[in-house]
Design a binder for this molecule. Structure first.
Ligand code: AMP
Length: 498
């Protein structure tokens, strides 16, 4: 394969080219407009965060954090190099201790342990002048790794809710009028097995409402906004599923999970390995199972709706009523759950057509305990994340892709004088908002018109010596081949009037 480039985008990532990005931009613009009308402002958190933010918020036991996160150690800057043996070990240890005092290195158990180990290794290195070369190499290697020991573990974000909550706390947003309504869009990273609609770098558009009450109208309005957005995008075959998973109380979800677990134990033998494991680790997640053979069993399991406490039941009923008032069509799916404790009450998911098995375009829910879990004050919260890649795929499959953008005007110029006029014409036309192609080198008119058609131009503006001398420019309509002569001003007026 002679032309094949040696480098390719890495597995699970891809280039989005102009043919695609036109639609991506339209979708993002629609999100900005719709979310703006609901009073949301944009937040752009960094793509890198301390690993701990995700470990806490997404859950250290989840696949996302334990298996799929791109995590690395960011080397500590500013310490002397421990393998520079011209500096004394004491000096190095001093520098580390100073950095701990100054807060550059966090006082964590692991960092204190690393310091103790380093002291021991440096002491050993200095006390022995009889080291053989292998021993010396090994010690030097261990010392050289010590920068990393004090580094900070950071990760590429696998989702952005954790970052938004971290920012809410960091910027004291609880002092602002509540609730705070934020949206974001951008790339997320998960080391998943790539397939259609599933990537390792994928994009989400999401929104969060933080603070204020947990009034059912908030849940309903957020969902209304989401459905308005999908509608404006022209997404086909959307289905909204909702559920309530109650709250983490004995009279509510905890009681239900205990009952569910007991029932699952009874049918354990008939379940697959994943579900068997989940009976112990996270029984609710068994309800997520897509395994064919488990479906009839799951259908007979107790349902959370029958075990909600009175308050959660009332909240759920009110959310449904509020959705109806807003004309939002939903169906209930009692199996729509979230595995983590701080998720509560409303959960929802939207599926769309044309996506095969990866047909969820959006997931969301209420998470009243999350801000507190990240070290902030008790704060209500609800949000969603839309899978932008899947949204785009679905739009493309249903023929809602953006039409390819050709040029409005191709300027076919010939001759030195015409070129100067062409440059000025290009500037004026672009200022007026037209997409203009000005060929960088002189082309015969025939060749220029051929290029103009290839680029999908609507018009060719023909500028030769005659046109410049007469002040009458030729405008050729490339769709029907018709031509007219116009003064510069008349030409601009004509194009603007179209
Ligand atoms: P989650 O953050 O897992 O609740 O996912 C929210 C939405 O993001 C899903 O409904 C998908 O549309 C999308 N999504 C999640 N993971 C991926 C992925 N690996 N590739 C593409 N889209 C994804």
């Amino acid at each position: 394969m002679a032309n094949k480039s040696k480098f390719q985008a890495i597995r699970g990532t891809r280039d989005l080219l102009p043919a695609d990005t036109a639609l991506w931009n339209r979708v993002e613009q629609t999100a900005r407009e719709v979310f703006g009308t609901f009073g949301f402002g944009e937040i752009r958190p960094p793509i890198l965060e301390a690993t701990e933010v995700f470990a806490r918020a997404v859950g250290g036991d989840t696949d996302i954090v334990s298996k799929e996160m791109y995590t690395f150690t960011d080397e500590m800057q500013g310490l002397p190099d421990p393998t520079d043996f011209s500096i004394s070990p004491d000096h190095y240890v001093d520098a580390v201790e100073q950095a701990i005092k100054a807060g550059q290195i966090q006082v964590t158990d692991s960092n204190l342990k690393s310091l103790a180990q380093l002291k021991a290794q440096l002491g050993l290195y200095n006390s022995r002048n009889d080291l053989n070369s292998t021993e010396e190499a090994e010690l030097k290697f261990r010392l050289s790794a010590s920068h990393l020991a004090f580094g900070e573990s950071i990760s590429l974000r696998p989702e952005a809710t954790a970052s938004v909550c971290r920012a809410y706390i960091e910027h004291n947003m609880q002092q602002m009028p509540q609730p705070v309504k934020l949206y974001y869009m951008g790339p997320m990273f998960r080391r998943e097995r790539p397939q259609k609609g599933r990537y390792r770098q994928f994009y989400q558009i999401g929104a969060e409402i933080l603070g204020g009450p947990d009034a059912p109208a908030i849940d309903a309005e957020l969902i209304e906004m989401l459905m308005t957005f999908f509608d404006k995008c022209g997404l086909q075959g959307t289905e909204l599923s909702i559920n309530s998973i109650g709250h983490a109380g004995d009279n509510c979800r905890r009681g239900y999970v205990a009952k569910l677990k007991a029932e699952l134990e009874k049918v354990k033998d008939k379940l697959g390995a994943d579900s068997q494991r989940r009976i112990e680790t996270n029984p609710l997640r068994v309800l997520d199972s897509k395994l064919e053979q488990e479906q009839p069993i799951i259908a007979t399991l107790p349902r959370i709706a029958d075990h909600l406490c009175d308050e959660c039941k009332a909240h759920y009923a009110a959310v449904k009523h509020e959705l109806e008032q807003r004309g939002v069509i939903y169906r209930e799916n009692w199996r729509l759950v979230r595995g983590l404790d701080y998720y509560m009450r409303t959960t929802f998911e939207i599926t769309a057509q044309g996506l095969g098995s990866q047909n969820a375009v959006c997931g969301g829910g209420r998470y009243d305990g999350l801000v507190e879990l990240l070290g902030g004050p008790p704060t209500k919260g609800i949000g969603f994340a839309i899978g932008e890649d899947r949204l785009i795929l679905s739009l493309q499959e249903s023929g809602k892709g953006a039409a390819p953008q050709g040029r409005d005007i191709y300027i076919a110029w010939m001759g030195e004088r015409a070129y100067a006029t062409a440059i000025r014409a290009a500037k004026d036309l672009r200022n007026a908002g037209f997409r203009v192609e000005l060929p960088p080198t002189e082309l015969k008119f025939g060749k220029a018109l051929e290029r103009a058609s290839k680029l999908g131009s609507r018009f060719a503006l023909i500028l030769g010596d005659n046109e410049v001398a007469d002040g009458q420019w030729t405008l050729k309509n490339l769709a029907d081949g018709s031509q007219q002569k116009l003064t510069e001003q008349a030409l601009l007026d004509y194009l603007k009037s179209l």
